[in-house]
Design a protein around this ligand. Sequence first.
Ligand SMILES: C=C1C[C@]23C[C@@]1(O)CC[C@H]2[C@@]12CCC[C@@](C)(C(=O)O1)[C@H]2[C@@H]3C(=O)O
Ligand code: AKG
Ligand code: FE2
Length: 364
Amino acid sequence: MPSRLSDAIIRLHPDFTSLQELPESYAWNQRDDIDYPSFDSSAESVPIIDLNDPNALQNIGHACRTWGVFQVINHGVSTTLLDMVESTSRTLFSLPVNQKLKAARSPDGVSGYGFARISSFFSKLMWSEGFTIVGSPDEHFRQLWPHDYTNHCDVIKEYKQEMKKLAGRLMCLMLGSLGITAKQDIKWAGPKSEFKEASAALQLNYYPACPDPDRAMGLAAHTDSTLLTILYQNSTSGLQVLKEGVGWIKVSPVPDGLVINVGDLMHILSNGSYPSVLHRAMVNRTRHRLSIAYLYGPPSSVKISPHPKLVGPTHPPLYRPITWNEYLDTKAKYFNKALSWVRVCVPLNGLVDVNEHNNSVKVG
Ligand SMILES: C=C1C[C@]23C[C@@]1(O)CC[C@H]2[C@@]12CCC[C@@](C)(C(=O)O1)[C@H]2[C@@H]3C(=O)O
Ligand SMILES: O=C(O)CCC(=O)C(=O)O
Ligand SMILES: [Fe+2]
């Protein structure tokens, strides 16, 4: 096969398992990524917070301010369910490429199988496959497993339910540590602070073992466009977070632990007190890696803005109000600069957009 054609097929049909060498299209030798030193967890490590600890709220506040990420244990999600969702994801990514492509994400769609959405911002390809689930998994799972999709659908539905409960609990703790009471101060939290109307997406990520991991990139550095993200990772390490003034720090998998990322919308809501965390996924020479991200945000009609309790004469609002969809559109256009597009600056005589031309950008 002529190499340009085979390269094009690899681009569209990534059958990583058959590759013995890293194709140039996957070699990030120029490091299109942000270059900072990397450290393993012995240098400094992401806080691990026990949700049964009476100091959990304070610990979460400290972790959000200083890291933008933490791991939780004793979170109430059963090991059995975590094992089941891992097994469903593994079964999905083990399907033949042609079968997976039956559920390919359409160019203007959000759900389905494909490369990471952020791929278009990079000249090199990422060593990963993804499957995004927004709403019900039924339709796409029927395409993948025409005869036995129901069990897999049930696992995903139960997982989403459990994640929604945990995300609501984490919202109360994160907001509580900012002095915001969900019940009184966040209308859309509802009377029982359950955040029932929240929206979410589930992202399954698969990183096959890679013949040249030092030159490859699993998922390039990004922040999540969420309020918060709950990430389950299997026992293979690969996730790294950027700690300001230090460098890339490994987030070592903890048995039954879940990684919680502060997302861009929480950054806005907290008026910058809880900065969203820049993170990336590296790959491994001998072991594949799986991760499952629950991306959590507000109901579609809700505009997120710096909370009134956090703004005042000496703390002006740093961001303008924006819905999740509007923010996702901004991210799709400006990627890691999206947050600064939403930022306002404070001249002596009032507030204006940092990007005055930004006012004419159509979002939503
Ligand atoms: C809700 C969403 C967040 C996300 C875009 C999406 O519509 C569904 C996939 C999400 C994901 C997962 C991998 C990293 C990321 C940057 C991407 O390319 O797709 C995030 C998006 C995001 O947080 O902006
Ligand atoms: O695989 C990982 O550890 C990171 C995944 C991730 O960042 C995402 O899905 O947004
Ligand atoms: Fe992410």
